[in-house]
Every structure is written in C-alpha cells, then in structure tokens.
Design a protein around this ligand. Sequence first.
Ligand code: SF4
Length: 326
Amino acid sequence: MPKKGRVFSGARPTGRQHLGNYLGAIRNYIALQDEYDCVYCVVDLHALTTLEDTGRLREWTGEMVLDWLAAGMRPEETIIFVQSHVPQVTELHTIFSMITPLGWLTRLPTFKEKVRQQPDNVNYGLVGYPVLMAADIAIYKADTVPVGVDQAPHLEFTRELVRRFNGLFGPVLVEPQAKHTEFTRVLGIDGKAKMSKSLDNHIELASTPEEIWERVRMMVTDPARRYRTDPGHPEVCNVFTLHGYFSAQEVAQIEVDCRSAAIGCVECKKRFARNLADYLAPFRERRAQYAADPSYVWDVLADGARRANAIASQVIAEVKAAVGLP
Ligand code: SF4
C-alpha cells in the first residue's frame, strides 16, 4: 500500500515510559506507521534546554526507545533515531535563526511558560527552541505532523518559518500539515495531576504485575465514597477512566456495580490491575527479549541515524544552494 506521506515527531528522552506516555503519544505513533512513512526522533538536544541530569541522557534514551520498540514501533520501516546523531539539523537551525524575527519567538505562550518555570535559566537555546523544532521537521521534508491542541502554535510557527524561507530563497522546503490527533491526557495515581515521572504518580509500562498492583492499590478513587456501602461516582474516578482503556469488556458492568455499591474499590482496583497486567504482558515479553541484547537498541538507532542522514544531507545541500552559501 502506498503511504500517504511522511510523518515527523520527536520526544525528549525521559527513560522508562508510563501509561500517560502510552495513551498520550506512543499508541498514536504506532498507529500512524500503517498509513505513513514515519520518522521518530529522540530529541536529546531539546532536552539540553533545561540542563537537568544530562549524564543520564544516554540511559534515558535507551530505556525510552526499548519501550517504543516493545510497544510496536517497526524499525525496519520507521526511522527511529537520536536528534544529535544527525547534525545537519543544527545547520538548518542556524540558517533558520537568521530569518526568524525575535518577536515571533518571545510571543509564543510556551516560551512565556518556560520563563516562568525556570526564571534563572532563560538561555538562548530556550528562546530558539521552536526554531530547532522547525528545523527538525523541515530537514526531513515531513509533510505531516501529529499535534494535539497544546502543540498547535508550534506547528503554526514551523509553517510560517518554512513559508518565509521559501518566499526568500525559493520553494525548497515542505510546509507541514497538522494531523490533529487526540493526545489523551492521563491523570496520575493521585487522581489530580497529569501522570508524570517527576510527580511520581505514574505507572510504568515495564512494571511487573506485582509492581502494577503496588501502584494501583494507592490510586485515589471517588473521594465521596467513604464506606464500602456508599454508592460511587465513576465519572470522577480515575480508576474507572483507566478501566475504559484496559477493561473494555467489563467497563459497563463496573459502572453499574460502582453506582449501586455492588463492587468495592479494592475489588475494582484488583480487576483493573489484573487487566492492565494482562494487556501489558506481550509488551513486557518483547521488552525483555530486546533488552537481553544491550546493543540491539543502539543498532536500531544507528541504522535510523544512517537513514535519517541520507535524507538530511540532501535537504541541507538544497537549502545551502538556495541560500547561496558558497
Ligand atoms: S468502585 Fe471502582 S470506579 Fe467506583 S469509585 Fe471505586 S475504584 Fe472508582
């Protein structure tokens, strides 16, 4: 089947992935492979903008890519690589930075948010982050970028920058289109904040059934349900929300049983933990298989870098010629 076009997406190296990463992004990445040629990048350079734990970037990259592969990424079709292994992107970033009005960058809501988050480290790279992101997409002539509501302004920025480049130097680069995708926002086991490793409210995909139960056991449920005999309100309970993804066959009955207090929260959590562990069993098996060969993931990334390099070399040559660099 001919593919519809080329998708690009990048993710910061964050180590072992959790349910929030899976439902929010990874499952979309996997599904897109059926229709598009996909280029998925571990954006290690972007991770430097915060300069946190840089000594662990290698470990986090390896763990994250292991999870991607175990979840169903197909490296024989999809290009999976590390951003810094294909340095042409930094050349395009430099060229882009010469045609980017500073006002375009400082007005972006994400920049303002970052300044609030790290007021003591408002570095040059942080301001130019969207320029590097635009270069990430443009260097592979990706025509499709999956975006959720949050990332829409960044893609718009890329489109604007590509139009500007093409207007100044000729129609060399491809203006990417947004593929609006539902990036599910998953709450953590606290039932309040978005699931994240830094808040330690996550459930890792690689967890064993025992580890899953340890985390699920702690999940906050309907706060109004104080006694086993109190009827519950599944619509406010994160266990119920997650049942919707991993217990499709019994979720309707759970809703009825929760509202009538026919089921208690402990039993409900046990069922969820069991269903989740079953769902993730093939994932765990594949992950263990890949992890048994420590060089496997790096071989995949080396091959991805080689293929990404072939595209990027050609595009950067076209860019330099168009700009007039001698
Ligand atoms: S029974 Fe299940 S869905 Fe209902 S409140 Fe308890 S954990 Fe949530």
